[in-house]
Write a protein that binds this ligand. Sequence first.
Ligand SMILES: *Cc1c(COP(=O)(O)O)cnc(C)c1O
Length: 390
Amino acid sequence: MTHLETQFIHAAGVDKETGAVNVPIHLSSTYHQPSFDEFGPFDYSRSGNPTRLKLEETIAKLEGGTRGFAFASGMAAISSAFMLLSAGDHVLVSEDVYGGTYRFVTEVLTKFGISYSFVDMTDLSEMAAAIKPNTKVVYIETPSNPVMNITDIEIAAKLAKANGCLTFVDNTFMTPMYQNPLALGADVVLHSATKFLSGHSDIIAGLAVVKDPELADSLGFIQNTFGSVLGAHDSYTLIQGIKTLGARLKQSSASARVIAEYLHSHPAVEEVYYPGFTFHPGNPIHERQARDAGAVVSLRLKDKDAARIFVESLEIPVFAVSLGAVETILSYPATMSHASMPKEYREKRGITDGVLRLSVGLENRDDLLEDLEQALQKVRRATKTPELVK
Ligand SMILES: *Cc1c(COP(=O)(O)O)cnc(C)c1O
């Protein structure tokens, strides 16, 4: 089982009791104990559920950690990880972090006396300069959402460690298929499993994986105490989703590469954000720490009107928040994923009103290209972009 695709399918294993090839869904909130002074492995499903445990063991294996934790959403996983902190601590966060993480850090953590700084983590000297004596966590998202900035996980984690800080990495975009932050020195890996890991736009789920056993105990304590755990049904659905991750992500990523190149060559597209381009500033770092550029491509059109025409002309992609599914998903970060960021802050980070994010699904690639072409022709005509000059 040296290849990840094989592990995705077999990591959860067959059911020892029955031989069932799928993990049983254990619908029980509580567990009968063998005797007055003898307790079984499970007592109450907030603390532990056999179906959830299979999922947690699976993600721990895939990320190369000691323990995994399943939460009710990606935000529940991220928020729970931040609860490892105490009042008076400071966190350093990637400036173009997911909108919900931005909101949690700025509006919830501050209420508990935890301060923050947002820094451009593509610039490690800026990051080093922002570390304070009370900084406890360096929080990274790479590639970042939606403009695909790349942070060097290994160097950032070294810098964090040298200053007594933990490194958290949101690995939602790459998944364990393409990037393994724990092997690069990170302490906690976080996922919105709502996206590629489950892959079918059917559940909301989050995962965390920890390497250090003591830190794992601390996060386990928070998971049980805060209680935002993933239910048994959704744990099962997520295990099934992970089984096909290899095939899905490979096809989507291959299509994304072709689409990124096509968009780059189109006169109506002002910029394409894709870490697989050799001219992307983060490309050498990304190539070193990840195995593919993934299935998400962002593009910038002239302005909001051009974005509107593009969205209204496309027939195949669903126009929606979220990403990482079998269907191609087009979203408009300014009013969707990054709506909770003030406009000025958002634009400073390159998320202007012309930026759109495309999460490439499993449709036939030629159908997608044809659809993009007819929509961009309409954009070109409306914005009077000359046909051939870029
Ligand atoms: C969606 C997303 C989240 C939040 O996850 P939910 O499952 O929606 O709570 C966090 N980080 C990234 C990068 C995401 O795309």
